[in-house]
Design a protein around this ligand. Structure first.
Ligand code: ZN
Ligand code: ZN
Length: 383
């Protein structure tokens, strides 16, 4: 068992909140050579045929290496290179889901996803619906969803998170994800920075909206955030050690979501804002932006708004909430951290205009019904 799995299981042991879910992942390997061990693992499961799901760009970089390892282990492969849309983006939507189901016969024993977050969302959904396990081979430390079970899928242009399943094993090879461009590293850092506001929103929604809460999961998520901030210098330098730390933090954040069984620890108003922008860009047929790049910027915007909305928090009268709000880093400091790792820091830098930011702040809370964030409270009043 990897240290990450041990860590999340130990955290679970010491918490009696009653909201824990089984961690079904058998193995997490983040050491050099992990790619080859994805094949030996598949062999140990006695799989005869696996379906590799990737996209054109990633497959050209690493796909043949993976396929060769699997063949050497005596495993047959089927292949699906998920096609991009007219804007050149791979999108986790109906078309991608159907393409995987058409290209890969459902008689395969398992799927292996080689790629970043979006490809994982597609495979996570297909694998759970077909009832076959999947193995994760992440190729960039860009997002924290690899180990979680929620699949954000775009259906008829609307993003919804569907609870599906986690991978049965994950092989993150530093020889692969360590080669990811700094923009993707910065996006992963942005997704982690977002935990500042998501953790506040979780506390808020628990106190004010009565939503379930797990102190161990919250503490674990905060610890992963701390790992990243402590390693900021090496992450911004793109050093091997920094990028590995970031990848492990992202994986652990995903495991925390898996333990709690929902995305509360890692996704608050900053994610709802990011989802709003994503849907708007799809509607406009504009090029998509990296998830973590949007989340980092959205987090700085939300932090700024939340400090302005301090009176809403005071009005709740809930002990500890104002202190939690005051403990949020300022938007300037969040932007400085994002700038340091080479990510965008403002909506303008993302190419998102002021009007969209304004509109999204008024409606983003409606994309996640039942999440009682401060954004929702502020927009809908106190009744
Ligand atoms: Zn995220
Ligand atoms: Zn708990």
């Amino acid at each position: 068992m990897s240290d990450l799995l041990r860590k999340v299981r130990e955290a679970a042991k010491n918490c009696g909140c009653g909201h824990h879910h089984d961690i079904s992942i058998e193995l997490i390997d983040t050491e050099p050579g992990a790619l080859g061990r994805a094949a030996t693992y598949s062999k140990s499961k006695k799989w005869q045929t696996v379906g590799i799901v990737s996209d054109e760009v990633i497959y050209n970089l690493f796909g043949e290496r993976l396929r060769k390892k699997l063949h050497e282990a005596g495993i047959q492969t089927e292949l699906c290179k998920v096609r991009s849309d007219e804007q050149g983006d791979v999108v986790a939507d109906e078309q991608a889901i159907v393409q995987v189901m058409v290209d890969i016969p459902i008689t395969v024993d398992a799927y292996v996803v080689l790629g970043s977050g979006t490809l994982h969302d597609i495979v996570r959904f297909v694998s759970s619906r077909v009832g076959k396990p999947f193995v994760s081979v992440p190729t960039a430390p860009s997002v924290d969803g690899f180990t979680s079970a929620g699949a954000p899928i775009i259906l008829r242009g609307f993003k919804q998170t569907i609870y599906t399943g986690a991978p049965v094993a994950l092989f993150a090879d530093p020889d692969i994800y360590g080669k990811a461009p700094q923009t993707m590293v910065a996006a992963g850092f942005g997704d982690m920075i977002g935990k500042h506001t998501s953790l506040f929103d979780w506390k808020f929604s628990h106190a004010v909206g009565g939503e379930a809460y797990c102190p161990a999961t919250a503490a674990l998520t905060r610890e992963t955030l701390q790992w990243c901030e402590d390693a900021q210098e090496s992450i911004s330098a793109g050093s091997e050690e920094g990028v590995k730390r970031l990848m492990e933090a992202l994986l652990l954040s995903g495991l925390a979501m898996l333990l709690f069984g929902a995305s509360h620890p890692a996704s608050g108003a900053e994610h709802h804002l990011s989802h709003d922008w994503e849907m708007e860009l799809l509607r406009r047929k504009s090029k998509q932006l990296l998830h973590g790049a949007k989340v980092g910027v959205a987090c700085a915007i939300i932090a700024e708004k939340y400090s302005e909305w301090r009176p809403d928090v005071e009005l709740t009268g809930v002990p500890g909430l104002v202190e939690a709000l005051d403990a949020l880093p300022s938007s300037d400091s969040l932007r400085a951290r994002l700038r340091d790792v080479g990510g965008p820091t403002t909506a303008a830098e993302l190419g998102i205009e002021k009007e969209l930011v304004k509109a999204s702040l008024l409606r983003a809370h409606t994309h996640r019904v039942g999440r009682n964030t401060l954004l929702k409270r502020h927009n809908e009043g106190h009744s």
